[in-house]
Write a protein that binds this ligand. Structure first.
Ligand SMILES: C[C@H](O)[C@H](O)[C@H]1CNC2=NC(N)=NC(=O)C2=N1
Length: 132
């Protein structure tokens, strides 16, 4: 016997999706439910993005993305950077689009699940730019 819908609704912390014991079919989690569960950031507005980009000189906004164009001594140096970026992306479970052209690397970050820019994009941009 699992909790009733009413009991569930009154919980302050929602049960994680996938662990419902009341036999109800899983609903597609709504954006507010995911934000509350801490698995999705809310969209940032234009002012917040502009303010935070002041601390990220390598990055600029391009529509729903933030992008960085970086140049290295040669292909090998670019690949060292890209591999480090890949590790950071895996740690964050947030992954930039990466375009490599010999010594030039173009990175683009957006939060596909939220449909635009979130704090996750800003945080990963900081991590990527530290040490470049
Ligand atoms: C299931 C997993 O959390 C999602 O697919 C993650 C993976 N990496 C991601 N990376 C980026 N940049 N945006 C996302 O929305 C995203 N979603």
């Amino acid at each position: 016997m699992g909790p009733t819908r009413a009991a569930n609704a009154s919980r302050s912390t929602p049960e994680p999706y996938g662990l419902r014991t009341d036999g109800q079919k899983f609903a597609t989690p709504t954006a507010p439910a995911l934000w509350q569960a801490g698995r999705m950031s809310r969209l940032l507005d234009g002012e917040e993005i502009a303010r935070q980009l002041q601390e990220l000189p390598d990055w600029k906004q391009d529509g729903d993305q933030i992008v960085a164009d970086l140049e290295f001594d040669d292909f090998g140096a670019a690949m060292v950077f890209v591999n480090r970026t890949a590790e950071q992306a895996e740690e964050a479970n947030h992954h930039p689009d990466i375009d490599i052209r010999w010594n030039k690397v173009h990175l683009a970050l957006t939060s596909h699940d939220a449909g635009g820019l979130t704090q996750q994009d800003i945080e990963l941009a900081h991590r990527i730019s530290e040490g470049t």
